[in-house]
Every structure is written in C-alpha cells, then in structure tokens.
Design a protein around this ligand. Structure first.
Ligand code: ZN
Length: 258
C-alpha cells in the first residue's frame, strides 16, 4: 500500500478498501493536532488585552479604519441621485411599517412626496454630520466656527432640522422658497455631489454649466460650485459626442503636372 498523505481527500480519491476506511481515524476525525489547544500550537500569538498598563506589542489592525464611514460604503453602490433618495425612503417606510402596531397605521402604495423630501433631508443630514462634523459641533455647543473652516464665508447656520444651510441677504424675500433662500450645503468632494450635478444636467436636457449651477442652487450649495459643475459636465458622454467636431483630414501634395 502507498504511503498515506496528510491530505484527507487523498484517502478516498486514491482508493481505500472498506476495511481500511473503517479504521482510518484520520479520515473520520481529522489530524490529532486539531484537538489540541490553539494557543499551545501558536505560542507567539498574543491575545489582545484591555489592560492599559501592559500595552500590547501586537500592532493595532489599521485596515479596520475606525473613522471609516459605513454610509459612504452604501452610497458608493449607487450611481443615481434619485435612486438613492427613493431607496432611503423605501427603507424608512419599511422600518416604520415594522414598528407599526396596527395595520391601519402602515404605509402602503407609491411613495409620497413628503416621504421623498424627508428621505432627502435625512440623507443630507447624515452626509453633513460626517463631512462638516466640526462646524455642526461648534453650532451645537454655541461656539464660533474655526477660522480654518472653508464654510466660514458662506455665513452658514443650522436649521430646525439640524441641516447646515447657507445664509444670505435673501432672507426677507417674500416669494422665494426657503430652499432657494437658504440652500443646503453639500460637500465638494463627496460621492453624492457628481450625482446631483448629473441629475440636474440631465433634467435640463444637457444644459451648460451656468444653467445647471443655477438649477442646483435652487436647493443646494456646492463650494466652488462653478468649477465642480464644469468639471463634471466635461465628463458627460452625451455632451462629448454631440459637441465633438469632425476632424478634417490633411490633404496630400498635388502632383508636379498640376
Ligand atoms: Zn451632457
């Protein structure tokens, strides 16, 4: 009989007599070392302890990134602004329906405008809490915004829902809607920002940066908005295809007879 290897799958693929298989402890129970204490096998492995007097020599797992925001991971899965809002609204409705004690208080049917609006506010609030953490913290503690903040020139304030908005001189305008007078601050470098720009760009049938920016500013305020919008519109494939100019081929030299 050939020498048995310690790979248990070999035992059956290479063939065994029933009597041998019956007595093959390695096949039925695995190797003996598997029953031993794990730490006796790996003595060098130190168990992490919470005792501060004895700092662990084991390096902390930096790959787990304590400040990594799970919301961003979720948002990265979406490539449409409207879809994000609607998915959040459906999730919120599902949670509310789960909490509802009677059938009549459950929401059914299509999403209502109020639900979509509430979903947008919740999403913006979550994004702002991570991106503008310092500014919101200052407002909540009645402190001045640090001078290093890039939002300082925007005269920002926290509204009743806890959303950061841009202040301005239009506060006493009688007819303008609240969102337009005090647009919501959106971070310049966030996954949601290009999605918002693309949404308004498509809504305006692929309009230029100025029109798109003015549409965005009816609800949102993106710092350095003009350059951000321009950069994003340059990436639009439809616009690139429609605005491209045909290249004229270079003519060859005429023959000497002409
Ligand atoms: Zn376009």
């Amino acid at each position: 009989m050939y020498k048995m290897s310690y790979a248990s799958t070999d035992w059956t693929t290479r063939g065994l007599f029933p009597e041998q298989l019956k007595n093959a402890s390695y096949w039925w129970n695995g190797p003996d070392w598997i029953k031993q204490d794990f730490h006796s096998l790996v003595p060098s492995l130190k168990v992490l302890t919470t005792n501060l007097d004895e700092p662990d020599s084991v390096q902390e797992p930096t790959s787990l990134n304590a400040d990594r925001n799970p919301l961003n991971d979720v948002l990265l899965k979406f490539s449409s602004y409207t879809k994000i809002i609607r998915v959040f609204a459906w999730v919120k409705r599902f949670i509310q329906n789960c909490k509802a004690t009677c059938l009549t208080s459950k929401s059914v049917g299509l999403l209502q405008a109020e639900e979509v609006e509430a979903s947008l506010k919740n999403l913006v609030k979550l994004i702002q809490q991570t991106e503008f953490y310092q500014e919101i913290k200052c407002f909540k503690m009645n402190k001045l915004i640090p001078k290093s903040s890039k939002l300082l020139p925007l005269n920002i304030f926290l509204d009743k829902d806890g959303i950061l908005r841009v202040g301005g001189r239009l506060s006493k305008h009688p007819t303008l809607p609240y969102d337009q007078k005090f647009p919501i601050v959106i971070p310049k470098r966030h996954h949601i920002t290009p999605l918002i720009i693309r949404h308004f760009h498509q809504l305006s049938l692929h309009a230029g940066p100025e029109l798109v920016l003015s549409l965005i500013r009816q609800k949102f305020w993106i710092p350095d908005g003009r350059s951000t919008v321009r950069r994003e519109i340059k990436r639009c494939i439809v616009c690139c295809r429609l605005n491209s100019k045909p290249s004229n081929p270079k003519m060859g030299d005429l023959p000497s007879s002409r």
